[in-house]
Design a protein around this ligand. Structure first.
Ligand SMILES: NC(=O)c1ccc[n+]([C@@H]2O[C@H](COP(=O)([O-])OP(=O)(O)OC[C@H]3O[C@@H](n4cnc5c(N)ncnc54)[C@H](OP(=O)(O)O)[C@@H]3O)[C@@H](O)[C@H]2O)c1
Length: 242
């Protein structure tokens, strides 16, 4: 009997992460699905098959929660070789600086990723390697007003992943990055349709295809990639709030 291939997906209760979980199950992987909303994870397990998706309630911003979940998996002889560290959150900032928002955003978007890396790099090193996939954002490249906390948490992720990738190449551990432009999920917090935004199903299919082919930097949707290229060339004054 073939040994099952396990992957772990954080933020699997909604949006891009939920569809990555579906896509990976469709490709024959066993998925450990992580989020805080257990009811959503249980519904997903019921629809995909309880033997194919293992729901784990875990708050990624809480180090002990990540540590205990990791210990439970290891004790059950479950060793993922691929980690989609996708969970994230972000609120628009007001003019008054909001320190609490910055701390909260970093706890989820930055520490909520590296808590897993802390727990699993030693395991992957022992087991011959593996891949971490971090979900960054276009906003890590262009500093927009209202996005200081969110954009900087994602920019920190870019730097950490590139640095760790250089460090652990020799250990056969890869650190790939996804840079989504707009994807139509609850995170967008808007009722107005955003032109050329992708549906989460389409984003997940694209991400999984590229990751499994070994791509290290994955950007989409194409029209927004074009706009990003233009945006990066604009002077700072273009973005100033009048
Ligand atoms: N949608 C976009 O346009 C867009 C663009 C660029 C980047 N991204 C990035 O893509 C990733 C996925 O976002 P999405 O668009 O799919 O949004 P979403 O539908 O709101 O999903 C966010 C997921 O993250 C989970 N999550 C948030 N905080 C968590 C915590 N502390 N512990 C565990 N899970 C947590 C949520 O689950 P629970 O609430 O159940 O815990 C949910 O499953 C995020 O990293 C986001 O920054 C999205």
């Amino acid at each position: 009997m073939a040994i099952p291939k396990y992957c772990l997906v954080t933020g699997a209760s909604s949006g891009i992460g939920k569809h990555i979980a579906c896509e990976m199950v469709g490709r024959g992987w066993k998925v450990i699905a992580i989020a805080r909303r257990g009811d959503e994870l249980n519904n997903l397990a019921k629809s995909l098959g309880q033997d194919k998706l293992i729901p784990k309630v875990c708050d990624v911003s809480d180090f002990d929660s990540v540590k205990n979940t990791s210990k439970e998996l290891i004790a059950s002889n479950i060793f993922p070789s691929l980690f989609y560290l996708n969970a994230g959150d972000g609120d628009e900032e007001e003019e008054n600086f909001n320190l609490e928002l910055h701390r909260r955003t970093f706890e989820t978007n930055y520490f909520g990723v590296i808590n897993w890396i802390d727990q699993w790099v030693p395991v992957l090193k022992k087991n011959g390697g593996g891949t971490f996939v971090g979900t960054s954002s276009f906003q890590s490249f262009i500093a927009l007003p209202g996005s200081a906390a969110y954009g900087s948490s994602k920019a920190a992720l870019n730097y950490t992943f590139e640095s760790l990738d250089a460090m652990h190449y020799k250990n056969n551990i890869r650190f790939a990055l996804i840079y989504p432009g707009p994807v139509d999920t609850p995170m967008l917090k808007t009722d107005k349709p955003i032109p050329s935004a992708w549906k989460p199903e389409k984003a997940a299919k694209y991400i999984v295809k590229k990751v499994l082919k070994g791509h290290m930097k994955i950007k989409f949707p194409p029209r927004w990639v074009l706009l990003l290229g233009i945006g990066k060339r604009l002077p700072r004054s273009f973005f100033r709030v009048k």
